[in-house]
Design a protein around this ligand. Sequence first.
Ligand code: GDP
Ligand code: IMO
Ligand code: MG
Length: 430
Amino acid sequence: MPSKLIMGTQWGDEGKGKITDLMAEDCELVVRFQGGNNAGHTIVIGEMTYKLHILPSGILRKNVISVIGNGLVIDPEKLFQELVNLDELGVQKGELKISDRAHVIMPYHKIIDSLEEEKKGSLAAGTTKRGIGPCYSDKISRFGLRICDLIDPEELEHKLKVAYPVKKAYIEALGGTLDLSFEDLLATYTEHGKKIAPFVCDTSVLINEALAQGKNVLFEGAQGIHLDIDHGIYPYNTSSATITGGCCTGAGVPPKSINKVIGTVKAYTSRVGTGPFPTELFDDVGERIGSVGKEFGTTTGRQRRVGWLDLVMVRYSSRICGLDSIVLTKADVLSGLEEIKVCTHYLFEGEEMHDFPASMKKLEKCEPVYHTLPGWPEMSPEDWAECRKNGRNGLPKNLAAYVTFIEANLGVPIEILSHGPGRDENIHLC
Ligand code: GDP
Ligand code: IMO
Ligand code: MG
């Protein structure tokens, strides 16, 4: 398959970074197509742990070209910082290309993000405060600055002159202050433009040429389907298109160029941020899953809320995105539990509900209906190593039953079971 798309099917943090890094091995290009440095993708290679936010997870492989597509919003300072961090860790990075059509996160976007969150009260999503929403808002209202403007001093000055007073007035109206002068901002971002220029090109041309030559291209989703701007838990979601369709707009490729869609599914559910969460656990089991799974946000360090696997959510993702296969991650975290629950549908005011509702008021009242499966024992590294040799047939009986139950409910095969953060901790099931 020359091109694959890896996406998160839940609320993010499913292990997309790990799986992208794994699958990047035989790819020429790894392409991010949406989001910004709100993402936190952790990759563990041997003793080293890498946390990527804006850089594609192919960057750790020196033979892979990493592409930041037009659908992203880029904070130049954070981008440079991430590159420096990798250099300091001695990483031999692959080549990096950045779209001239991607948007620039400005300091005022970050200030507005925080101020708006405060004003929103119970409607606040608990954002990462990275300026993502305000930057995408400017993109949609055509107020934004793109990378092609950043590298063109005249255009930058022209557009910033229009935006600056408007943003300053808005910030002040919200009770904040923009304590950067127009001149300082212009000078700083002109410098950023000079630094970023060598990486910039029309990435859609690059990607489509690679596809036409039959090269292996891997598209890397950030966030998750239930954080999508249209299909997520609005208004507690993010501001980009995280779905398969978002890959076409955010990378500039036609739908037919995506040959295989792979959904990462965490064996339970986690959420950083606010909003209804039907299968959320507040008991000892939840605490155990959170601590064994080390469920703390990669970007903000916040403790993630955890709950049982919700198949209503994943079925929705499969329908919207056309999943061809699944990578089930963090199944190891559930080892040793006596029983494991999986939500198959909801009860809303006594009625069965099999589809995820649009209304958060409704979702708040949805009671999960569970199918309970027996757990499997704790597994040692040697046990997992044995499983790796034998694939599906080597799984403990109850873990195999768990896998089969999920596949049957979703109608999608699980191709890989990930049982640890390491590059090699994977069992190939088909
Ligand atoms: P992403 O945002 O989807 O890339 O996921 P994150 O990196 O934010 O969060 C996933 C976390 O789980 C990271 O710390 C990974 O190193 C870790 N991880 C990934 N796969 C597995 C797995 O199968 N088992 C365990 N125990 N940890 C995993
Ligand atoms: P990865 O790629 C988990 C959540 C935030 C917040 C909402 C909006 O690591 O899976 P934003 O800053 O985007 O405006 O915040 O979305 N959020 C994520 N949650 N993983 C992510 O990315 C996330 N990116 C954003 O917590 O609720
Ligand atoms: Mg993450």
